[in-house]
Design a protein around this ligand. Structure first.
Ligand SMILES: *Cc1c(COP(=O)(O)O)cnc(C)c1O
Length: 355
């Protein structure tokens, strides 16, 4: 562990640093497994391909290596999780002591950061996004928080539900400012749809930076539950101490490996292009609807719109058999709905319902 990494890990909970992790059954393919109380046959209705009667590889190495290549970091900088929701939860659990420490969030944003903090009994410091129309993190205020127990600052870029990216230089300056005191966790669940590049390569220079990515959105694997946290190896190892030993199923590992093959990556890129084209079309079309008061440009696969009457538009969508997400209860988002970009015909259906 480098001195810089040591400084980061020193901020983790001491119980976690001292924890003796669960010792799982040895994973050594090729040997007869009479050590894990598995059945010798796959489940009666299962296909044989994924050997589902066998426990999965606890820390899937090949997938970590492929994911590292894909995300542009070394394999030992990849923490694989049961969706990035699990990575969020584990980060909070590893760093925040109940009743003492706190996370920082920038609402309106993804709700899981606050939920994870509440489950852990950590405090939540809210530093709202600027409302001037740009929905940017308030970087000045993020540098003037005086609470000693701040352990994690969560930034979401592109932000859910506003759809925009935060500036890379400002995020990196923030990480530098908090180095030695707090992690800066950048949730890039939608970065594939943005023009801006991922910050993953900067974990090399910023030991307290963690970048979250997911296979759920651009890669179309939401049901497989596969997320990644990209961070310095010391942080990855810390998370591995507290992660359940088999949180990735054989199916999830196989789906992840398949998604990292060159043909799959090429196909994913083509779909992202398609989605971006539909996003551009929907941006124009929705803006023209008389029921829409405001629409914010999006770097993600959804659009945030402000309606004159969001309840009416929710109802109209539902009457046409379409769900959209009500955001009107979120900070500064009264009368706002979040609309995912679907296939062309799906989008047309919504436009028709809202005409
Ligand atoms: C969807 C979403 C996630 C959740 O990703 P999973 O990998 O499916 O758990 C994380 N962060 C944000 C901002 C999201 O919108």
């Amino acid at each position: 562990m480098t001195a810089e990494e040591n400084e980061v890990i020193a901020r983790a909970r001491s119980e976690i640093r001292d924890l003796q992790p669960y010792s799982h059954a040895t994973f050594q393919p090729g040997l007869l497994r009479l050590h894990a109380n598995e059945l010798p046959w796959p489940g009666a209705h299962a296909d044989d391909a994924n050997e589902v009667n066998r426990y999965p590889e606890p820390r899937p190495r090949r997938l970590a290596q492929l994911a590292g290549d894909y995300f542009g970091v070394p394999g030992d900088a990849v923490f694989l999780s049961h969706g990035s929701d699990e990575a969020i939860d584990l980060l909070v659990r590893a760093f925040c002591s109940a009743g003492e420490d706190a996370i920082v969030t920038c609402p309106p944003t993804f709700g899981m950061y606050a939920v994870a903090a509440k489950i852990q009994g950590a405090g939540i410091i809210e530093v709202p996004l600027t409302v001037s129309g740009a929905w940017l993190p308030d970087f000045d205020r993020l540098q003037s928080i005086s609470a000693p127990g701040v352990k994690i600052i969560f930034l979401c870029s592109p932000n859910n539900p506003t759809g925009n990216c935060a500036g890379a230089d400002e995020i990196l300056a923030l990480a530098r400012f908090w180095q030695g005191r707090s992690l800066v966790v950048v949730d890039e669940a939608y970065i594939e749809f943005a023009d801006q590049a991922s910050l993953a390569r900067h974990i090399e220079r910023h030991p307290n930076l963690v970048v979250l990515r997911t296979m759920s959105k651009a890669h179309g694997l939401a049901g497989a539950r596969l997320g990644v946290a990209l961070a310095r190896p010391a942080i990855v190892q810390l998370l591995q101490r507290i992660a359940p030993p088999y949180s990735l199923s054989n199916y999830a590992i196989a789906a992840g490996i398949a998604a990292m093959q060159p043909l799959a990556i090429a196909r994913t890129r083509a779909r992202i292009d398609l989605l971006r084209a539909e996003r551009a079309r929907m941006t124009v079309q929705l803006t023209q609807l008389p029921a829409i008061a405001q629409l914010w440009p999006s770097d993600a696969n959804f659009l945030l719109v402000r309606c004159y009457d969001s309840v009416r538009l929710m109802r109209a969508a539902l009457a046409a058999g379409i769900l959209v997400r009500d955001q009107s209860a979120a900070l500064n988002l009264d009368n706002c709905l979040r609309v995912s970009i679907g296939a062309r015909e799906d989008n047309d259906r919504l436009l028709e319902a809202w005409q």
